[in-house]
Design a protein around this ligand. Structure first.
Ligand code: SF4
Ligand code: SF4
Length: 373
């Protein structure tokens, strides 16, 4: 038996979420490629003609948290990584309406976790579910991590330290460090990433459910969400299909309203339920039912409005000049190590960069020469 949610939503609803996930993945990929090209040009001593994509700051959550405390204390958005704070705020805002919808509709790691979960279903006959005690202990890790960052920044760091951190070279060029983490990845980091992928394949959503501190912060905001999954017990036949498919292992049949901080508004339960008018995502007050297309539109709208407002108020682009980026890249790519040994490959790269710099910025070249003496 099909219900209204099922009939209206199943096919198109499912594809709407995938579509938004793919769109978001393409945007993130485009930002990553543009930033990679930006840094690559700097490494050859050339000042890029195009701008650094500010969206890259989405990957600087610590900087965003520090900026948030700075904003609370001073009332100002810092100019070093303004878009980190803007994106963080937008994501928290989404959690107040569509719970952790960001995780299952926008986040590229959420998409990867979905793919790994599908591979798991194809590979194994039985879903691996950890015992409750292990699940509870593991879930506390992400809250512990998030709590540690929040406590360290909001409680332990005085405003002077916050300002010092914001202006420090570490924070100013954290985006380049983050890129180098992936482009010059160490064996240890690669092994850790592969282990996490394997774990997320063996135990679906391992990273999201147990380790992601961003998800933990969103979970806290999602408690205040005006939107949630609601079940109508008088229509429910207790068949358990929704629970079986729930990506967050929520005991849906035990509740009428899902307040759980784990619910990602993925709508899998809604499309799985065979009964009419039994389960759906609705906004309070008014009990307004939302389909997947509406949830997608809400997410797109919040992001679009938030980014447009940040651009219009001058809080999107950072104030670090391309020359400052160039100086940092050249200084951090010196071809000798701490023992004074020279890496011939790096030396060749540096010579090429210096040659280009001599042509493009003779004044800056003079500064380097003076510093070298
Ligand atoms: S299946 Fe339903 S209850 Fe479970 S996470 Fe998705 S929307 Fe939330
Ligand atoms: S809400 Fe869940 S248990 Fe109830 S009928 Fe729908 S799928 Fe079955």
């Amino acid at each position: 038996m099909e219900n209204r949610f099922h009939r209206k939503g199943l096919g198109p609803l499912y594809s709407t979420r995938r579509l938004l996930q793919l769109l978001s993945f393409i945007i993130v990929l485009a930002i990553g490629i543009k930033f990679y090209l930006f840094v690559s040009q700097l490494e050859t001593g050339i000042i890029p003609k195009f701008e650094r994509p500010p969206g890259v700051e989405a990957f600087l959550p610590i900087s965003a948290l520090v900026s948030l405390k700075h904003f609370f204390v001073t009332g100002k958005i810092n100019t070093i990584h303004p878009s980190a704070l803007v994106i963080f705020s937008i994501i928290c805002m989404t959690a107040l309406i569509v719970k952790k919808g960001f995780c299952s509709w926008v986040c590229p790691i959420g998409l990867l976790s979905d793919i790994l979960s599908k591979l798991n279903i194809l590979s194994f006959k039985k879903k691996v579910v950890l015992p409750i005690w292990a699940d509870v202990v593991l879930r506390s890790i992400k809250y512990g991590l998030a709590g540690f960052f929040v406590w360290s920044i909001f409680y332990k760091m005085p405003i002077q330290s916050i300002e010092q951190f914001i202006q420090s070279p570490y924070n100013r060029f954290a985006d380049i460090k983050m890129l180098h983490f992936f482009t010059h990845i160490s064996n240890t980091a690669l092994i850790v990433i592969l282990v996490l992928i394997l774990l997320s394949f063996a135990i679906p959503y391992f990273w999201c459910r147990y380790l992601c501190p961003y998800g933990a912060v969103l979970g806290v905001f999602s408690f205040l969400s005006i939107g949630k999954i609601k079940r109508n017990p008088s229509n429910c036949t207790n068949c358990g299909r929704c629970e079986k498919k729930c990506t967050s292992l929520i005991k849906i049949r035990e509740k009428q309203s899902i307040r759980s901080s784990e619910c990602t508004a993925c709508m899998t339960c809604v499309k799985t339920c065979p009964e009419k008018q039994t389960i759906g995502f609705s906004l309070s007050p008014g009990n307004i039912q939302l389909g997947q297309t509406t949830i997608a539109l809400i997410l797109v709208l919040i992001f679009s409005i938030g980014i447009s407002m940040a651009k219009a108020s001058g809080n999107w682009e950072n104030e670090i000049s391309k020359s400052a980026y160039l100086r940092y890249v050249i200084q951090s790519n010196l071809p000798w190590n701490s023992n004074g040994q020279v890496d011939p490959k790096k030396m060749g790269k540096m010579m090429r960069a210096m040659k280009n710099l001599q042509i493009q910025r003779p004044q800056m070249m003079q500064q380097f020469k003076k510093k070298g003496k």
